[in-house]
Write a protein that binds this ligand. Structure first.
Ligand SMILES: [Fe+2]
Ligand SMILES: [Fe+2]
Length: 288
């Protein structure tokens, strides 16, 4: 399925809206009075709400297993890291060249902030590639199955997840196999045994899993799992190892959320550095 320029623009706009919404929920300085944050008009708010209504209604246990089967054979495209970055950027290149912050810039602002703090190079690389799973959009996947907060499926949906009421329309909500606290899982079984709602996090994790240190893989796989890394709503599924690794997810989150700056990174100048990094950790091409 090929997306029209209009569909691409829509997908890109939705990603921006979701990220703005997360930023409103988790402001960098929670003591700052609310009205100082970007106030967007109601149509945008309604779009986000509708987005979550779709997401919470359709992310069922069966849906997730189906998507895992459909996508995790990774037989759609083979791309180098930079090709993948440019491919993701066609979301805006083909639609609105004047858009203020395209995907490449979000990736670079995240990774450059990590680099400026003197973090290890694999952490910088992780920041640079953390959202590449969004290419799912370009494969024709609906936005609610690409971006948005992620959460475990196969067990009770936490009321700490944004817009929890929308889960009432999810068939798993009334299915007694899935609607108890543990559902199909065992207490503290470890997140590696838990199916997360389908989206760009889980998808990219599988693409990268043989190439990056485990800390980076946790950042990729759980960066949209706000119900855990911000709300600690799923401690009962995590084991000790998850808790140790989530320190890195926590470390990553501010770089993802709070590094949007009006000064655009110079893509051309930075490219050689990131190509060297990619050569150090990744194979020449990645399978998507
Ligand atoms: Fe993301
Ligand atoms: Fe991001």
């Amino acid at each position: 399925m090929k997306l029209s320029a209009d569909q691409k623009k829509q997908a890109h706009d939705m990603m921006e809206l979701w990220e703005d919404d997360v930023l409103e929920r988790y402001p960098e300085n929670p003591n700052k009075p609310k009205e100082e944050f970007r106030n967007y008009d109601n149509p945008a708010r309604d779009t986000v709400k509708e987005f979550y209504r779709m997401n919470h209604t359709h992310q069922t246990y069966d849906f997730v297993l189906e998507k895992e089967k459909e996508f995790l054979s990774l037989n759609r495209r083979e791309m180098s890291l930079w090709d993948a970055v440019e491919y993701l950027n066609t979301l805006v290149d083909d639609s609105d060249p004047d858009i203020d912050l395209d995907q490449t810039q979000h990736l670079l602002q995240t990774s450059e902030a990590i680099r400026a703090d003197g973090q290890p190079d694999w952490f910088v690389l992780t920041g640079f590639l953390h959202d590449l799973g969004k290419v799912l959009c370009l494969f024709g996947e609906p936005q609610w199955a690409v971006v948005g907060d992620t959460f475990p499926v196969g067990c009770q949906f936490s009321d700490k997840i944004v817009y929890p009421d929308f889960f009432k329309a999810n068939p798993d909500y009334t299915n007694e196999r899935y609607n108890t606290k543990l559902g199909v899982y065992q207490e503290n079984c470890g997140l590696r045994n838990v199916h997360m709602s389908w989206g760009h996090d889980e998808y990219l994790y599988h693409i990268m899993k043989d190439h990056l240190p485990e800390e980076g893989l946790y950042m990729i796989r759980y960066h949209s799992f706000y119900a855990q890394h911000r709300e600690h709503a799923y401690d009962h599924l995590m084991d000790k190892h998850d808790h140790a690794m989530f320190k890195w997810v926590d470390k990553f989150n501010p770089y993802d959320l709070y590094t949007k700056a009006p000064v655009k990174p110079n893509v051309k100048e930075l490219r050689p550095y990131y190509e060297d990094l990619a050569a150090k950790y990744l194979p020449d091409t990645l399978r998507f």
